[in-house]
Design a protein. Structure first.
Ligand SMILES: Cc1cc2nc3c(=O)[nH]c(=O)nc-3n(C[C@H](O)[C@H](O)[C@H](O)COP(=O)(O)OP(=O)(O)OC[C@H]3O[C@@H](n4cnc5c(N)ncnc54)[C@H](O)[C@@H]3O)c2cc1C
Lengths: 484, 291
């Protein structure tokens, strides 16, 4: 394989091979191409050698070799990230956790599982079937994404509305720090000693070190689950229903919205029985003990009726419930059939302003002559406008980026934030000054530098710096010092 | 915020006083340190958003009363007289954490005065947010050593329709088997105290099961001894274990555990990056708090 190694990197490659073995390092053009991107629209990444360590000490060895060669390193899970977090800039050593996919221990009594970072989210869920426990974060990408990636992006999912995003489900993390040393952050017991470095590490997007073992908290399966599908003649009515449900003091397990374009696309794909003529549907899931669930179903029905709901379908059994969710969870797959390219955006707005913001977003995207569809976590105000297009048509990507920037501005003007679950990565680092002042950003920089004083861990991501990420194209860069 | 920032100023040792309910925690304030107080008052409460904007000097009782009007609450706790800022700076979780969540997950946005006297903001106003680093979580439990919290936005939760405490000889594990998600499970070495909360019919149904196993209703949680330690598997005489948190409440004060030097080093860099001259809450060290 060594003959494939790009000019000037032979020593680095050989040192990595010496450190972790020949079958665990690849530097060929094919692999480097494969690892040059994630699932975002960001093109133009350049990776150096790609490593597949299978233990903490091998991860540490990879970092040590990278540092000795003055190279940066980039942690990588399944590459399903949507903000460019795993996109390599300037030929770093890519450290993929693919081989670290063991579930090490499940302690049912204490409701903790220790897993390696490359464990696929859904594999953990499957492993836990029959224990009465589950891992609550369920990103729509759960068939592919890893627990390490979930932790690094502090990922969410439909059921994070009631149960909280990944951070709430991580007790302790073993980390290879950017200087190659190994520490454990957090603990299985206690409220924590010293600074909450576990809490700071989660959401660090691979810039604070590499998680190598993770203690996740497990949640008891609810005794009763009711899944409702509500259809509405307008997005405004659906959004008002969301507001009304929360105002009634109910935090459903999940509260998702899909607009008509998504409904039509999904229905063709999965035959879930979605009402094709509805302008929007809500999936509301209520869980817990029987009395409360029945009461909440009644309240949701009342609130929906006040907002001109059409049909209210309550899943009669698990099969029907699975069918309703199958449509939601396959929405992206369904839409990918419409046009070759898609850009899944992610912002959060106050949930009381959903209707107004969705209308503005749709108007803005359509003005840029693009198709927009909405399928999102309505219950926590987390918008996911999905832009579909054909990137081969000249001028399209410029319009996609312009529309993306407008979505950010509309969301921030409504009192929202840049990202609810996909993270900042490369995609939105240029927008950070729209949300944060220079002093705010300096504080974030202080946190990062405490973990990585030398700046070799996944550089260029999250915080806007003057430096550019190699040839990465088409990213919005907001002029320095501009903020609102 | 600006007037709080000017009170803090750009130089000289300064510490922020809350309700002085846990003043000695993490070390005594160094002599000669100027004291300031964060502003107080509930700024705006939006029940249909389930968030509240509040000044850090506000007493928890005052906040609770404001939220009660819409039957909501926050996850923060502290002895009577504690303030929002103090409760966040200490960062201890509620004994009802299984219902209300962790204190650090309640803090959505914080505006702080940094060591240079400038105001910096962490987090954002929405209930979900991954825009940049998790500064809010870092601030919770930092004893005011990284920034002085002035104003925050907190997540609120609906209050339960019914709360019921029961006590008896079932083990904590058995209680977990009989109850879906009790709000609290405390264990004193022989009896388990459990808090059931939620809709009336559900609480009654689970309580009936527990009563059938010999548990009896009690007025409220047992008094918790003043000191804390992390659970290591042995319960000292008179101590009470918060089972889900793994926190032991005990009478005697205990030494903090040894911290891995590698972890400690990150903490030290954190402190010096945020506060190079060590002017914020000098004398306080979050690594001196045992659990
Ligand atoms: C169709 C689709 C649907 C999606 N739905 C959701 C959703 O519902 N909710 C949601 O939150 N996200 C969603 N995502 C985004 C994505 O799946 C998540 O961000 C996921 O957690 C990324 O995991 P990954 O293993 O693919 O990580 P990667 O993409 O490989 O990496 C993501 C980031 O994590 C870092 N990283 C990875 N592993 C480690 C580690 N062990 N230690 C330190 N850093 C590490 C990388 O450097 C990078 O910055 C979706 C993506 C797709 C394509």
């Amino acid at each position: 394989m060594a003959h494939d190694v790009p000019a000037g990197t032979g020593d680095l490659y050989l040192d990595l091979v010496e450190a972790i073995g020949e079958d665990r390092v690849t530097a060929g053009g094919g692999a480097r191409h494969l690892y040059s991107r994630d699932s975002s629209i960001i093109e133009g990444g350049h990776s150096g050698p790609v490593c597949f360590p299978d233990s903490t000490s091998q991860v540490s060895a990879c970092v040590r070799v990278a540092l000795a060669h003055g190279r940066d390193f980039v942690p990588r899970g399944a590459g399903t990230g949507l903000s460019g977090g795993a996109v390599p800039c300037n030929d770093p050593v890519v450290i993929a956790t693919t081989r670290m996919n063991r579930i090490l221990e499940v302690d049912q009594e204490r409701r903790i599982a220790w897993v390696e970072p490359g464990v696929v989210n859904l594999d953990l869920t499957r492993h836990l079937v029959g224990t009465g426990l589950h891992f609550a974060p369920d990103p729509s990408s759960q068939q592919a994404c890893t627990i390490g990636g979930n932790l690094a992006n502090n990922s969410g999912g439909p059921h994070c509305l009631a149960y909280g995003v990944t951070s709430a489900h991580v007790a302790a993390i073993e980390v290879v720090l950017p200087d190659a040393s190994v520490v454990t952050l957090g603990a299985e017991v206690g409220d924590g000693v010293g600074y909450d470095l576990r809490g700071a590490f989660v959401g660090g997007e691979g810039t604070l070190g590499i998680a190598t073992r993770i203690a996740v908290r497990l949640t008891p399966d609810p005794p009763v689950v009711r899944t409702l599908l509500l259809d509405f003649g307008s997005i405004v009515d659906a959004a008002e229903t969301v507001t009304g449900i929360i105002a009634a003091g109910i935090v459903p397990a999940a509260l998702e919205m899909m607009d008509q374009k998504v409904i039509v696309a999904v229905e063709q794909f999965v035959n879930a029985g979605y009402p094709l003529e509805a302008a929007a549907v809500l999936i509301v899931e209520l869980d817990g003990l029987p009395g409360g669930v029945e009461r909440e179903v009644e309240i949701v029905e009342t609130v929906a009726a006040q907002n001109s709901v059409g049909e209210v379908r309550v899943a009669a059994d698990d099969a029907e419930r699975d069918l309703i969710w199958k449509g939601r969870k396959n929405a992206f797959g369904a839409i990918a059939h419409i046009k070759p390219g898609y850009y899944l955006h992610d912002t959060v707005v106050p949930r009381t302003r959903l209707a107004e913001v969705v209308a503005k977003v749709n108007e803005a995207v359509e003005r840029h002559d693009l198709i927009v569809m909405n399928v999102f976590h309505a219950g926590d105000g987390n918008l996911h406008p999905l832009l579909v297009f054909d990137p081969r048509e000249p001028g399209t990507m410029e319009r996609v980026h312009a529309a993306g920037e407008e979505i950010v501005r509309i969301s921030l003007e409504a009192g929202g934030v840049l990202s609810g679950e996909h993270g900042i990565g490369l995609e939105k680092r240029g927008f950070m000054p729209l949300l944060y002042s220079p002093d705010d950003l300096a504080a974030q920089g202080s946190l990062r530098a405490a973990f990585d004083p030398l700046g070799h861990a996944n550089p260029f991501k999250v915080l806007p710096t003057g430096a550019s990420c190699g040839d990465v194209m088409g990213l919005a860069e907001v002029p320095e010092g501009v903020w609102v | 915020m600006q007037s709080f920032a000017s009170e803090v100023g750009p130089s000289g040792p300064v510490c922020v006083v809350g309700g002085e309910t846990r003043w000695g925690l993490g070390g005594e304030s160094s002599a000669g340190t100027r004291t300031v107080r964060a502003p107080s008052g509930v700024e705006s409460f939006d029940p249909s958003e389930m968030t509240v904007a509040v000044w850090a000097g506000t007493r928890l009782e005052e906040l609770a009363a404001a939220l009660m009007e819409s039957r909501q609450e926050v996850a923060l706790t502290g002895p009577s007289g504690s303030t929002v800022g103090g409760s966040l700076a200490v960062g201890w979780n509620s004994t009802r954490s299984l219902r209300v969540g962790a204190a650090r997950d309640a803090l959505l946005q914080a505006e702080c005065v940094g060591a240079g006297g400038m105001v910096f903001k962490a987090g954002g106003p929405t209930v979900k947010n991954v825009s940049g680093y998790e500064l809010c979580r870092l601030l919770v439990g930092s004893l005011g050593t990284l920034g002085l919290i002035g104003r925050v936005i907190l997540r609120t939760r609906p209050l339960p329709e019914r709360s019921l405490w029961l006590s008896g000889n079932l083990s904590p594990v058995e209680v977990s088997r009989f109850c879906y998600r009790p709000s609290s499970i405390l264990w004193d070495g022989s009896s388990t105290h459990v808090c059931l909360e939620g809709y009336g019919t559900d609480v009654d149904a689970e309580a009936t099961v527990l009563r059938d196993h010999g548990m009896l209703e009690i007025a409220g949680p047992p008094d918790l001894p003043p000191n804390r330690d992390r659970w290591t598997g042995v319960l000292p005489e008179g101590a009470i274990l918060d089972v889900p948190l793994g926190v032991v409440h005990l009478g005697a004060s205990v030494n903090p555990p040894d911290v891995d030097p590698g972890v400690r080093a990150i903490g030290e860099r954190m402190k010096s990056n945020f506060d190079p001259d060590g002017r914020l809450n000098p004398g306080r060290d979050p690594y001196l708090v045992p659990a």
